[in-house]
Design a protein around this ligand. Structure first.
Ligand code: CP
Length: 312
């Protein structure tokens, strides 16, 4: 099998088979990641560049480490310390990186559709590491990988995503991906933080956290994304925490063996109590490890497309 596109722009565009293929490849990568010798030759001779216009710890570092573990040449560009600050356009910056022999550009940008725009203008593969409020496909893939690792499959599971759904590219990608793999996804959040079109995506939406949590197999908390908010339209942190914060008492509504997840970074005491972050059911640390495995898989699959196409 080969991924149809040269790029990974969103889970909206992927088939269920492609998602499963990526998750299965990540399983192999996880064995390498947790072994004593992590160095593999899978990306020898390949060049990977991260181009970030927004802050990141997990996504950027896990791509960088994934590249290094698989023997690629890798480099990072921060928009704030590059020629972007001198007025260079997004396409010109991407073309400049492309012309240096780069095989994969991983981009995070505040504008929805930025990765799609550069993908049309360059030869390198483009991976979307988060575009505005649109998608964060690699986060959703690692979330799904983590759930499948624990539960065997997503089919028939009830997944409750709680909080600022409107601004969340993580929620959007997870909704596309998880529904394709057969999960029942429901969301809960303040009315002003639920996108009006949400039910068209095949999910149930609730205005109380309690309704969404009942019998959930997986509970995912989200931080309130202040960086994307227009002033005055949304609840205060205190209201958000009071009505949609997840603590041990509220989580009793979910199944006893429910998995607790969060894409990070977590605001302890706001969307999750500190006790929940550190509880036995919390997979937040495992999500981080799995993020490296999933990104290793993606880099491998996207850079081998040419050779597989030629063989076929
Ligand atoms: N989950 C996530 O995207 O984290 P970072 O912003 O640290 O990359």
């Amino acid at each position: 099998m080969v991924l149809k596109s040269k790029d990974l722009l969103g889970l909206k565009e992927l088939t269920a088979e492609e998602i499963e293929y990526i998750l299965n490849t990540a399983k192999t990568m996880k064995y390498i990641l947790i072994s004593k010798n992590k160095k593999t030759p899978h990306l020898q001779g390949k060049s990977i560049v991260t181009l970030f216009y927004e802050n990141s710890t997990r996504t950027r570092l896990s791509f960088e480490l994934a590249s290094k573990y698989m023997s690629a040449s890798s480099a990072n560009v921060s928009a704030s310390s590059s020629s972007v600050a001198k007025g260079e356009t997004l396409i010109d910056t991407a073309k400049t990186i492309d012309m240096m022999g780069t095989d994969v550009i991983i981009i995070r940008h505040p504008m929805s559709g930025a990765p799609h725009l550069i993908a049309k203008n360059i030869n390198a593969s483009v991976i979307n590491a988060g575009d505005g409020m649109n998608e964060h496909p690699t986060q959703a893939l690692l979330d799904m990988f983590t759930i499948v690792e624990k539960k065997g499959s997503l089919k028939g599971l009830k997944v409750a995503i709680i909080g600022d759904i409107y601004h969340s590219r993580v929620a959007r990608s997870n909704i596309y991906g998880m529904t394709k793999l057969g999960a029942e996804v429901c969301v809960a959040g303040p009315a002003t933080l639920l996108p009006p079109e949400i039910e068209k995506l095949g999910v149930k939406a609730f205005n109380t956290v309690q309704e969404a949590l009942i019998d959930a197999d997986v509970v995912m908390g989200l931080r309130i994304q202040l960086e994307r908010q227009k002033k005055g339209l949304f609840p205060s942190i205190r209201e958000y925490s009071r009505f949609f914060g997840l603590d041990e008492k509220r989580l009793k509504l979910a199944k006893e063996d429910a998995l607790i997840m969060h894409p990070g970074p977590v605001n302890r005491g706001v969307e999750l109590s500190s006790g929940v972050v550190d509880c036995e059911k919390s997979l937040i640390n495992e999500q981080v490890t799995n993020g490296v495995a999933v990104r290793m898989a993606l880099l491998y699959l996207l850079t081998r497309r040419d050779s597989v196409e030629n063989i076929n």
